[in-house]
Design a protein around this ligand. Structure first.
Ligand code: RTP
Ligand code: MG
Length: 138
């Protein structure tokens, strides 16, 4: 599977970092297959992150993810999901390696700039959450 799903989260979009993050994505050799800017409703965010619904941070996470627009992307590269997770860095920006997007742009464990699918299976599910088949055919 050479595609994965990525999001630029509300904190980064609000701070005007969309272009810088897209630049990092392209410099790292990903092809942007599809891209759109949308605002999630609270219900959308709850559906997208349903896997975390029992976690203590679920309310905070879904409020955050729905407070302002996000940029959703389908990225293509060999081993796409793990390559994008590597470029993002650890969930907590203070633990993220130098040179990673979360290290450079993340502000806290919650407001950490970007999202990436954590498996091939979830990449397929998350791509189809945001994009129709027509949008990802190329
Ligand atoms: P993501 O799904 O957004 O790519 O992030 P991830 O795999 O690195 O981390 P995950 O465990 O899936 O958590 C999803 C998102 O929830 C927020 N979070 N807040 N307050 C907290 O302790 C906490 N822990 C996680 C972050 O926005 C994290 O990316
Ligand atoms: Mg995750």
């Amino acid at each position: 599977m050479n595609q994965t799903f990525a999001m630029i989260k509300p904190d980064a979009v609000e701070r005007g970092l969309t272009g810088k993050i897209i630049n990092r994505i392209e410099e790292a050799g990903f092809t942007i297959v599809a891209m759109k800017k949308v605002q999630l409703s609270l219900q959308d965010a709850q559906n997208f992150y349903a896997v975390h619904k029992e976690r203590p941070f679920f309310g905070e996470l879904t409020q955050f993810m729905s407070r302002s627009p996000i940029v959703a992307l389908v990225l293509q590269k060999d081993n796409a999901y793990s390559a994008w997770r590597d470029l993002m860095g650890a969930t907590n920006p203070t633990e993220a390696a130098d040179g990673t997007i979360r290290k450079e742009f993340g502000q806290s464990i919650g407001e950490n700039a970007t999202h990436g699918s954590d498996s091939e299976e979830n990449a397929i599910a998350e791509i189809s959450f945001f994009f129709s088949q027509f949008e990802i055919n190329r």
